[in-house]
Design a binder for this molecule. Structure first.
Ligand SMILES: Nc1ncnc2c1ncn2[C@@H]1O[C@H](COP(=O)(O)OP(=O)(O)OP(=O)(O)O)[C@@H](O)[C@H]1O
Ligand SMILES: [Mg+2]
Length: 367
């Protein structure tokens, strides 16, 4: 069994760079866990501590039920795939894939069997005699993954393995790694700064920022229930729109008042915002939860507002509208048939059952 767990793990690089801050995480056996976050948030450092390439400043790391803080990297039975592949330039594909087994003195026949099996799985069986410079980026990436597979490790660690590939190849390799995970049934921890990769590949996603873990959840929960404004804005493309405004009560109803418009808060959200009546909050709405009123048959009048169209971006199956209230600019994602004119006024409808409210000071979701 290959669970990995981090218990209150911190990493401080001398003199005082806090790269990872009191992180506790459990990775289940056979899970595909993705660490995602902006540059310098501590993703690689976390992975390198699990691999044993970086010492832990505080806390414990367990692989299975063994505490591995003091265990050398080579004894951890973990294989890591890096962004830059790190292949030996003068060795053939076969030798690159075989080297770690050779160093561990595996019998020749076993090495051959494992390399051929992995090469077959990755579709590089015909490239075994070539050297790295005779391969495309995607092929080199497969060799780097193959080198990890042959070791049959307890845990695979991937550090942005696809970021050197062009967009199309990245999508293809993403699917292949996904299939590989299903085939190998091993525990994988995958680092990326690309939220689409995180959403499509992860069983669960860990969102990091400035060394802290902000939220750990499955992709859909993360998308629908972001714990704070950062996660709401980081996951999803185009990102969630944010507007500052005030919660107000009029007669027996509650509204979000932006200054230029006012929309009624859905009944089931009212209990959550009661403490914020009269106060400033940040309102969040995803682009797909904003609709052109023309195409909504029963728009509640309290959820309609008039905005001005600044930019129209046709994407094919959908259109991105950049809209302004005069105070705030935001994006709506509407159907491909929907083509308002630039500069025209447009009546839009907010799906108020899908909106989010965040505390202006803490930026945590109000719930
Ligand atoms: N060896 C080191 N010495 C000092 N500081 C370091 C060292 N390695 C990393 N850091 C710092 O630790 C922080 C986290 O770095 P890390 O490489 O883990 O980020 P990351 O999330 O992987 O970023 P990226 O997406 O850019 O790869 C950064 O501020 C970085 O400058
Ligand atoms: Mg990194």
């Amino acid at each position: 069994m290959a669970q990995v767990s981090l218990r209150n793990v911190s990493k401080i690089f001398p003199p005082d760079v806090k790269a990872v801050n009191n992180v506790s995480l459990g990775v289940e056996n056979k899970e595909f866990l993705v660490l995602v976050g902006p540059s310098a948030c501590g993703k690689s450092t976390t992975l390198r501590m699990i691999a044993g390439l970086e010492e832990v400043t505080e806390g414990q790391i367990y692989i299975g039920d063994k505490m591995v803080n003091e265990m050398p990297a080579k004894d951890r039975n973990i294989a890591m795939v890096f962004q830059n592949y790190a292949l030996y330039p003068h060795m053939s594909v076969f030798e690159n894939m075989a080297i770690s087994l050779k160093l561990r003195r595996y019998p020749k026949e076993e090495i051959r069997k494992r390399v051929l099996e992995a090469a077959d799985m990755l579709g590089i069986g015909k490239l075994l005699k070539r050297i790295p410079k005779e391969l495309s980026g995607g092929q080199r990436q497969r060799v780097a993954v193959g080198r990890a597979i042959v070791r049959k490790p307890l845990v695979f660690l991937f550090d942005e393995p696809l970021s050197n590939l062009d967009a199309k190849m990245r999508v293809q390799m993403r699917t292949e790694l996904h299939k590989l995970h299903i085939k190998l049934q091993s525990t994988m921890i995958y680092v990326t700064h690309d939220q689409v990769e995180a959403m499509t590949m992860g069983d669960r996603i860990v969102v990091m920022k400035d060394g802290d873990v902000l939220q750990v959840d499955d992709p859909i929960s993360l998308y629908n229930h972001p714990a704070d404004k950062f996660v709401g804005g980081f996951i999803g493309s185009p990102p969630m729109n944010f507007m500052d405004g005030r919660i107000i009560k009029k007669e027996s109803h509650f509204y979000f008042d932006e200054g230029k418009f006012r929309v009624r808060i859905a009944e089931d959200m009212v209990p959550k915002i009661l403490n914020y009546v009269g106060k400033e909050v940040t309102f969040g709405i995803r682009p797909e939860d904003i609709h052109d009123k023309l195409y909504v048959s029963d728009a509640p009048p309290d959820n309609v507002l008039t905005v001005n169209v600044e930019v129209v971006e046709p994407m094919g199956s959908e259109v991105y509208l950049y809209l302004t209230t005069g105070l705030n600019t935001f994006i709506a994602k509407v159907g491909g048939h929907n083509r308002p004119q630039v500069n025209q006024d447009l009546d839009i409808v907010f799906n108020m059952s899908k909106v989010h409210f965040f505390d202006k000071t803490t930026e945590k979701v109000i719930d």
